[in-house]
Design a protein around this ligand. Structure first.
Ligand SMILES: NC(=O)C1=CN([C@@H]2O[C@H](COP(=O)(O)OP(=O)(O)OC[C@H]3O[C@@H](n4cnc5c(N)ncnc54)[C@H](OP(=O)(O)O)[C@@H]3O)[C@@H](O)[C@H]2O)C=CC1
Ligand SMILES: Nc1nc(O)c(N)c(N[C@@H]2O[C@H](COP(=O)(O)O)[C@@H](O)[C@H]2O)n1
Length: 291
């Protein structure tokens, strides 16, 4: 079935503005200071990071592992597609790439009040970034994000991995549509942290993204990605924009609930400077991680 036009009003855009990267986001150092330097970014420069996802009332992103689940209504979905026009990159973990076969483009309708006979889709597209350390995502040329890139409706993905030599066939598919693999080293203390699974350090991921000239990134999920960024890595997050849908998915869902790493008597993270914005049946919560 054809997707309904995704329209996001000028008034709603204005309300979101304080929570978005500035239109010409300048490079940023790791200590979060702003710089207006036009020279190539240093290794410690990071992009503006927004954490954006849709959740149920019981904190679930989906009905279960591997199940693509629609939570956002039409208005909040349009908001998400507006966010996609306002970031240079869009990021998901490999779990999401496998579960959802996502497009990761913006399909925002730019024609306010048009006759709706034709839809003029936004020109600015974010660069998809997939975190896939072990190259588990068995993508093909027919995967949605590859197809959209071929059709000029989105950008080809960059896949961030720990593999130094990705399979040649995969390289061909990816590079054929304009994407590439970005190979990084594992985080130092990873073996201890997650039972032997090799991890990527978020600061290294973000630094690599910035080195590609991408000045802002919206991180959509899934749960493992969000939980890690709300935990020990929360200092890397500039803005949080959560769509809350009025539904309970029930136990067994894939949930946002970061680990209690420091002190069990204190919350893991809290938002400050909050703004609640009803959109249709949903509400969108914007804020900053209180530091
Ligand atoms: N409602 C919403 O807004 C959204 C919902 N979703 C849903 O979320 C679910 C997927 O979530 P989930 O299963 O948690 O998967 P994720 O998309 O979070 O991917 C998790 C995997 O990504 C890799 N990864 C993530 N962070 C790191 C890191 N720092 N270093 C190395 N590897 C890393 C790991 O791969 P490996 O195991 O190979 O090491 C990990 O298993 C799906 O059902 C999807 O539909 C997803 C996005 C948004
Ligand atoms: N904002 C939002 N609302 C939902 O209800 C969702 N299920 C998601 N999921 C995210 O969007 C990706 C799918 O994007 P495409 O429509 O295929 O471009 C999915 O992979 C999740 O990252 N988001």
């Amino acid at each position: 079935m054809a997707e309904a036009p995704l329209y996001f009003s000028a008034a709603d855009r204005q309300r979101l503005e304080p929570h978005l990267p500035p239109p010409q986001t300048s490079s940023r150092t790791s200590s979060h200071s702003q710089a207006t330097d036009l020279s190539p970014p240093s290794c410690s420069a990071l992009p503006f990071v927004s954490l954006t996802f849709a959740t149920s009332l019981d904190s679930a992103l989906s009905l279960g592992p591997g199940i693509r689940t629609t939570l956002s209504g039409p208005q909040s979905k349009a908001m998400t597609h507006y966010l996609r026009t306002r970031h240079d990159a869009i990021c998901v973990g490999v779990g999401t790439a496998i579960a959802d076969d996502p497009g990761l483009n913006s399909r925002l309708d730019t024609d306010e009040g048009s006759s709706r006979n034709t839809v003029s889709v936004t020109a600015h597209q974010p660069r998809p970034i997939i975190i896939d350390p072990r190259l588990r995502w068995d993508f093909t040329a027919q995967s949605k994000v590859m197809r959209l890139a071929r059709e000029g409706k989105g950008l080809a993905p960059y896949i961030v991995t720990l593999q130094k030599e990705p399979p040649v066939q995969k390289k061909e598919i990816l590079e054929g549509v304009g994407g590439k693999f970005i190979s990084l080293n594992a985080a130092h203390d990873d073996e201890e942290k997650i039972g032997g699974t090799r991890r990527l350090d978020w600061r290294a991921i973000l630094s690599a993204v910035r080195q590609e000239g991408l000045r802002s990134i919206m991180i959509e999920g899934g749960a493992e990605v969000i939980n890690s960024l709300l935990g020990e890595e929360a200092n890397l997050v500039d803005s949080v924009i959560v769509t809350i849908a009025p539904v309970w998915l029930g136990r067994g869902g894939v949930t946002v609930s970061p680990p209690r790493t420091h002190n069990v008597n204190r919350p893991v993270a809290r938002l400050s400077d909050t703004m609640w914005m009803p959109l249709g049946d949903d509400v969108v919560l914007c804020g900053r991680i209180a530091r």
